[in-house]
Design a protein around this ligand. Sequence first.
Ligand code: ZN
Length: 242
Amino acid sequence: MSRRGRARIWLGATVAMLMTSFALPPVVAQEAGSARRCSGGYVAITFDDGPTDVTAEYLKALRDAGRVRATFFVTGTLAEGHRDGTRRIVAEGHQIGNHSYTHANLVELDAAAAFAELRDTSRVIRTQTGRAPTLFRPPFGSTDARTRRDAAVLGMTEVIWTADTVDWSGIPTETVVANALTVRPGGIILLHDGLQTTLAAIPKIIRGLAERGMCAGRIEYSPKPVQAWPGLTFHAKAAPWR
Ligand SMILES: [Zn+2]
């Protein structure tokens, strides 16, 4: 075979390969994907009790899973000790929320101390990131009318959760994933920062949500009350990122 003939065959094969690998299949896959994507609604992935020494790894796991965004509820004391963590959470497009200053049970404090827990944490977050938080989660989900009023005075919506993974309790990653995937559309998944089992659960939770047509969203105010458990409602839900 002549050199030109070989070149022609090579060229033909290359064009065919390019058409196969770059032209048709990805377009078809994308169209099928976008039709299914998020058709199951939005849920919020939340991480409490950071920032920690492991926050950077959580952020990497979220990036690696397709630049998925979540919400981090940080305490004032941990934010003071991990300034870089707080800044990176915000720089990578995640929401950041107030989780009190010392992780106190707010309903057991006197009025001034309870308000200071929220005020000082919002101040730390604003100093570190340039923005005061608009979301607040009471430690232990322990709240009352005074706590909600304090949060409102500071411009924050109270956020509890609808799917508790109990990831802090030493359960294996697979159970954390299964608990997370009980979430319903619009719901909010509770996870914690600083745990290797939870870190390993992140890609699996995101894959499980995708299989259900669900996407990770932001948290916004919900005029309609949402039940956390019998006797406690809150006004927040998952929604698409803006
Ligand atoms: Zn907590």
